[in-house]
Design a protein around this ligand. Sequence first.
Ligand code: GLY
Ligand code: MN
Ligand code: MN
Length: 289
Amino acid sequence: RRLGRTGRSLWPILDPNDVLGEMRLIKSPNEVACLQVAATITAQAHTDAMRYCKPGMVEFELEAALFHSFRAAGAGRLGYGSIVASGSNACVLHYTDNQTKMNENDLILIDAGAEFQYYTADITRCFPVGSRFSPEQREVYQSVLLAQKECVAMARPGRTLKEIHEHAVEVLTEELKRLKVLKGTTSSLIKAEAYRPYYPHGTGHWLGMDVHDVGRYYEQAYSNSRKLKPGMVFTVEPGLYFGEDSKAPAKLKGIGIRIEDDVLITEKGHQVLTSAVPKEIEEIESFRG
Ligand code: GLY
Ligand code: MN
Ligand code: MN
């Protein structure tokens, strides 16, 4: 190959996604501030929705109320299409039809995030369309909440998203046994991925300018999940889903629950950017009249 008078060969071709992805993975204080505004606006909108929802409304009425809250608080736009899923619609993972009339006895799952200065929040909450959780809905909710809180508590420098996911799988498998959905030893159930029909997604993803933000999840190929560092932001979002056609006991069918918060890794541990929106059953029920 001719090098020409500079003596320099052709420029190598690099995938900018890799370079920019790494730059975007650790957020600067200014980026964290934008994410916190997005999270605060989103938390307020979810809390407003918990007050506004009434049986007989159509899902899109809540979708519209969320958009109103976001824009009225200064958000630029949605971070992603809002999921407003009542009853068994919650078991459809990226449900965005939002056209079902909401039934008093169902739960509603809202997964929606505002974007502020190009940074997006990503929050999921579930609450009863009526005023109280049914006993079965309460049981499943407590299972997901337990997994979610334990996973958030694990977040600190040096941990990995893989470890957090593995912990979610372990807790949810134990809970699936308690709920009489699965039977057997926890280790063999995990090995056989018996939880998968009821927990078919990961426990979190990077969050930033994109809802599923760029940046590698592994240090090399698929070997080592990378260690968390201060400035990284990600979601913690375990869930359990019992679709109408699942093999779950009949009384659980139609229940789909996910609880999602946005977490920043700090020098000493973590900070939950979305802690302003309630997730305890008693708090949620107090908003439901
Ligand atoms: N809203 C998309 C997600 O939670 O990943
Ligand atoms: Mn998410
Ligand atoms: Mn989400």
